[in-house]
Write a protein that binds this ligand. Structure first.
Ligand SMILES: [Zn+2]
Length: 469
């Protein structure tokens, strides 16, 4: 009987100090597990945005990066498991912040697909993620715990509470009654295990203020997919993060009534017409930066709504009915000549780029909701490609998808980049994503806390069944 792994509390975040004891199911997905693992002759992309380095050797000891440097200098210790990565690259495990453990499976219904999704996320290179809103209650917390204990494969999870929203038409979402109710909800779900919060489209300023105060009292962060409250109002109230780039902003709706969502498309028409060089947009960017509000790019979900875009990757892991649903939606989208997204999608990219270049903290997520077609793991790789399409260099896009996410989550001391002393959360890629970003799809091995997982086995275990569980 082995003792449970020790854990340390750092900045309010519980971090496992060493890899957990895995059960037989998880062991079935592991291809590298040894006390000392050495990756030699690798191209190193460290996640900080600095240029890739060739011929690097990494020494992983007890789950942490013990040494990294030129292969000519760093020699494998005696008895180590040595893996030659000639021609391959190593980058940090992906850290993304707008993930979900649910998926639209029917009219008004989000199916809870946590079991398959955590496998797909890990297979796609995601080693840490935040679920940005939950529609089930406790599953996000339980899966986080089971993964930490080695009973399920998957990324480390910053688990959100159920959405904080005003009166709404979603079947799986509570209606906040008032500010006191908001405080009660935050306290209750924090006690239940939530480590972050998400406000939604119909929340009032009073309810949002109360939610922010209560979350911050407990050292927890809160993000929002807003509509009833503008980005500027939310920044003034102290929100930590805003979702969907600028595509959920209602700041530029001229006759907007306070505390009321004018309708997402109404806000989006003003965003599609916004000048990224104009003063109104620059003033909003300055406010967000001054108030330290991070912005999450979720280009993947918007791409599925935009005519003329390639089909998203990963559709063949879906249950055949769900795949067919999306294929039909894709056809309808491609025939929609009037779609606002034809202008909104490229504009959204330019606005996010401008925010980051002005000094804002841009982070990334995928949002497997919308009308379907955003498939975890595959979508995380696609999101990095889309950041490059938005104008970032491959190295900048990789930093947004790794170190920026870790920085927002307050976990950057342990994850998000490759450095001595950090946790060995690494993705081995059969190619060079520092030059050809689509190489992020060619994942060979995903290391989490120094343990190497086989992406092919993880995907095979759920293929054709994503939609059932
Ligand atoms: Zn979402």
């Amino acid at each position: 009987m082995t003792a449970r792994p020790a854990a340390i509390l750092l900045g309010g975040v519980l971090l496992a100090q060493q890899p957990p004891q895995f059960n037989a199911t998880v062991r079935g997905f592991i291809k590298v597990d040894a006390p000392v693992v050495v990756l030699t002759n690798a191209r190193l992309i460290d996640g900080t945005g600095t240029p890739a380095k060739g011929n690097q050797t990494l020494v992983i000891r007890n789950g942490d990066i013990a040494e990294v440097g030129d292969a000519a200098r760093v020699k494998p210790p005696e008895g180590a498991t040595v893996i030659d990565l000639t021609g391959k690259s190593v980058m940090p495990g992906i850290v993304m912040v707008h993930e979900h453990l649910y998926y639209p499976t029917g009219p008004q219904v989000y199916g809870q697909l946590g079991e398959s999704f955590v496998r797909l996320y890990l297979a796609g290179g995601v080693t840490t993620m935040r679920t940005a809103g939950n529609t089930n209650g406790v599953m996000d917390f339980k899966l986080r715990q089971l993964i930490d204990q080695g009973q399920q494969p998957g990324p480390a999870i910053d688990a959100t509470a159920p959405y904080l929203n005003g009166p709404n038409t979603f079947l799986q979402m509570h209606d906040l009654k008032d500010a006191d109710d908001a405080r009660r909800q935050v306290d209750y779900w924090a006690d239940m295990g939530a480590t972050s919060f998400k406000a939604y489209m119909q929340i009032t300023r009073d309810q949002l203020r109360a939610s922010i105060e209560e979350a911050h009292k407990r050292g927890l962060k809160i993000t929002g997919h807003l509509c009833s409250v503008t980005y500027a109002e939310a920044a003034d109230l102290g929100i930590d993060n805003l979702e969907h780039g600028f595509l959920a902003s209602t700041d530029f709706v001229t006759d907007k009534k306070p505390d009321t969502c004018p309708g997402q498309p109404v806000g989006q028409r003003t965003i599609a017409a916004l000048d990224e060089h104009g003063e109104p947009f620059k003033a909003l960017v300055k406010k967000l930066i001054d108030k330290h509000v991070a912005l999450t790019s979720t280009l993947t979900v918007f791409e599925t709504l935009t005519p003329g875009r390639p089909k998203p990757p990963g559709l063949d892991v879906l249950l055949p009915d769900l795949r067919q649903n999306f294929e039909q939606a894709y056809q309808r989208t491609s025939q929609n000549q009037q779609s606002l997204y034809s202008t909104l999608f490229p504009k959204g990219m330019r606005l996010e780029y401008a925010f980051a270049k002005a000094g804002g903290l841009l982070i990334a997520g995928t949002d497997p909701t919308g009308g379907g077609g955003v498939v975890p793991g595959y979508s995380n790789q696609r999101q990095i490609e889309l950041l490059v399409e938005a104008g970032f260099t491959p190295l900048e896009a990789i930093k947004i998808a790794t170190l920026n996410g870790a920085t927002y989550l307050g976990r950057e001391a342990r994850v998000g980049s490759i450095a001595i002393g950090k946790q060995a959360d690494l993705v081995v890629i059969d190619g060079d994503p520092s030059k050809t970003i689509s190489d992020v799809r060619k994942i060979d091995t995903v290391f989490k806390q120094g343990v190497g997982f086989d992406p092919t086995k993880l995907i095979e275990s759920v293929s054709g069944k994503v939609g059932l569980w």
